[in-house]
Design a protein around this ligand. Sequence first.
Ligand code: C5P
Length: 222
Amino acid sequence: IRARDLAREHVLITAGATREEIDPVRFISNRSSGRMGFALAEAARARGAQVTVIAGMTTAPEPYGVELVRVCSAEEMLRAVLERLPHATAFIAAAAVADYRPATRQAQKIKKTGARLTLELEPTPDILATVAARKHESLLVVGFAAETERVVEHARDKLERKGLDLVVANDVSQKGAGFDSETNIVTLVTRDGEESLPLMTKSEVAHRILDTVARLRKLARG
Ligand code: C5P
């Protein structure tokens, strides 16, 4: 029943890690592999959707048959997302966006002096919240929540606070879940309920997320 059930969707996905520059040779980033975002891209394409991926740094193999746009910083990722948002029917924020960036980027390489050095950080824009705040009526918005305790409670709070349709919550303290892993253990939190899934591959998780997107779309159409 899954075959081409997303043929009318244009899915916009963020994936991977952003990279926030400190100076010409250094940056702040994280260990996201891009695997979850890329798995979503491949799964959505297989089900007939048009797919655009906005990706930061990744180590996972690139998805096949989708539009792939490369960006570095959170700021750039936000711009690339907003540019393509008018064409999207679903937005899935699977990227690990840096929460902070250096307040100033040094034009020259910072010299080593042997003394202590303080790096001042400022918050980055929240891409998911920005999209949810300015979304058009029919756009479905999906976010991820990585938590270490009271996972579903925090996820539901995020759903309400950011105005999302679905939050994919994972307990990153569990083995086989989260960053840089082939598998994940997630709970799908929607306004009408929650569904806890057992350990499965990120590809299977991707399909379960898209099953929910398809279900919510049907509900919205009535
Ligand atoms: O609030 P928190 O960072 O836990 O939310 C995680 C979700 O928000 C993920 O879906 C992530 O892709 C998205 N996010 C974002 N832009 C940020 C921070 C998080 O799109 N600056």
